[in-house]
Design a protein around this ligand. Structure first.
Ligand SMILES: Cc1cc2nc3c(=O)[nH]c(=O)nc-3n(C[C@H](O)[C@H](O)[C@H](O)COP(=O)(O)OP(=O)(O)OC[C@H]3O[C@@H](n4cnc5c(N)ncnc54)[C@H](O)[C@@H]3O)c2cc1C
Length: 430
């Protein structure tokens, strides 16, 4: 609901809460800063962090030569006699540069390490943090992203030296969840705008939503949006359970987050394009807000691990922790016997895993998108069959699981309760 109003500021808000589990790798810093990061007070301005009413946090990982591959980072951190580090190097992407503090990756002799870097030092002097340029982005304009030069910048280690990736992944896992929620929100916004427009716009003697072909488009968009929302909220619940110490939830989340980040975020841009077209020429005009949605959509799939990286992360989870796959299959089978199309899709998926040659790394990577797309649809189908609206679950199962679907939105087969699906997606305006 929040992101429907403005997606851009979700970035700093997401990074602020996501920083907490990573920061806890340094209990002393966490004890001092956590209360200010978790407060809902926004206190803008560059002042000593502990003198402020509330703080926001960013992350500074990406370098020119090291985006997905952060181990290629060349920024260095040199230990100082007082326990701090002097950090020197260039960061190619750092969003929300007005943040009070950043979790920054830099190399120590032990390898990539995570650092706590405040913009203003505890004594009130400015830390060295030179904003060289703001990015001229495709969209996401309400959130500044910058290039930053670190020059002897003061930071404190968070977690052990050489364990930076392991430490910051605690943060990235939460921001990845928000990418899924962000994509689901974008879809919900798009279909709500499209359904509203179609409910009031007349062409050829009837409102658009009464015309069968437009009904198919709107329903197909709505099914995708509901599946994305269901997966996103289920993942959020799983995250809470995992954080509370539920081991099964932690294993399930490990694999499902990578699968869903890949699939839901990949579906965002095509969904936005189709939703925009439902408004006709008006959808191409800025005032309709559809162009903003369209420009925002690819971003969810790029940052926090782009499509291929999320797909490779899925393979890594299965390779390193095969038990994650067992838990995943067990979860999607919770709906067994409810829908034959789901049962068949689960059986097919199991067959694919059975035939998989785990020693063929190149072959696995080559086919990863196809496999993970199937995993995602099976997961969404299982969730919709259990918890979703029957008409939506039915449309999802026949189109996304049984494959009765064309190559674009608006290609659902006959025999579905299109009216009920579109009705659910249409905002009730008083
Ligand atoms: C608007 C915006 C804001 C951002 N904000 C931040 C921020 O605040 N902090 C921060 O640290 N970073 C930020 N980023 C950076 C972002 O996280 C990276 O751009 C992203 O991780 C990809 O890294 P890269 O750009 O170096 O691309 P690359 O790593 O060069 O990847 C290019 C392409 O190759 C693919 N690829 C990479 N490795 C493989 C492989 N092994 N096999 C197959 N394909 C592969 C990727 O999926 C991608 O499609 C931001 C990016 C954007 C666009």
């Amino acid at each position: 609901m929040w992101s429907q109003v403005d997606a851009g500021h979700g970035c700093p808000i997401s990074m602020t809460y996501a920083a907490i589990p990573a920061l806890r790798a340094n209990p002393e810093l966490a004890a001092a800063y956590e209360p200010l990061l978790t407060t809902s007070a926004y206190d803008p301005g560059l002042r000593a962090p502990l003198t402020k009413r509330g703080l926001i946090a960013g992350m500074s990982m990406t370098e020119k030569q090291g985006g997905s591959d952060v181990r290629a980072n060349t920024t260095t951190a040199v230990a100082q006699p007082d326990g701090s580090y002097a950090i020197t190097g260039h960061k190619w992407f750092t969003s929300a540069p007005m943040s009070d503090l950043f979790l920054t990756l830099a190399q120590t002799p032990a390898g990539v390490t995570c650092f706590f870097v405040p913009r203003v030092l505890p004594d009130g002097t400015r830390n060295s943090f030179a904003l060289q340029r703001l990015k001229n982005k495709l969209g996401n304009h309400s959130n500044a992203s910058s290039e930053v030069e670190y020059d002897g910048t003061v930071g404190w280690a968070v977690g052990e030296e050489g364990q930076g990736v392991k430490t910051i992944v605690e943060m990235v896992n939460l921001t990845r969840l928000d990418c899924v929620l962000g994509s689901a929100t974008g879809m919900r916004t798009g279909v709500a705008q499209a359904a509203h427009h179609a409910a009031h716009r007349r062409a050829f003697g009837a409102t658009l939503n009464e015309q069968p072909l437009m009904g198919n488009v709107l329903a197909d968009l709505a099914v995708e949006a509901e599946a994305a929302t269901m997966a996103g909220l289920w993942l959020a619940d799983l995250t809470d359970a995992a954080t509370a110490g539920d081991e099964r939830a932690a294993l399930l989340r490990r694999l499902s987050l990578a699968v869903t980040k890949y699939h839901v975020c990949k579906r965002g841009p095509v969904h936005a394009a189709e939703a925009l077209e439902c408004l006709g020429g008006n959808g191409y005009i800025e005032d309709s807000r559809m162009p903003r949605l369209y420009r925002e959509a690819p971003l969810m799939s790029i940052w926090e691990g782009s499509g291929n990286v999320a797909a490779l992360d899925t393979l890594r989870a299965i390779g390193r922790q095969p038990e994650t796959l067992g838990v995943f299959l067990d979860e999607v089978k919770q709906a067994a016997g409810t829908d034959a199309r789901l049962d068949e899709a689960v059986a097919d998926l199991e067959k694919q895993f059975g035939a998989m040659d785990l020693s063929d790394g190149a072959g696995l990577q080559y086919g990863a998108r196809r496999l993970i797309g199937t995993m995602a649809r099976v997961l969404q189908g299982s969730l919709l069959v259990r918890y979703g609206h029957p008409a939506v679950a039915d449309a999802f199962a026949v189109s996304r699981l049984a494959g009765d679907h064309g190559d674009v939105f608006g290609t659902l087969p006959a025999g579905l309760d299109i009216r009920a699906i579109v009705e659910r997606a249409t905002p009730k305006v008083g």
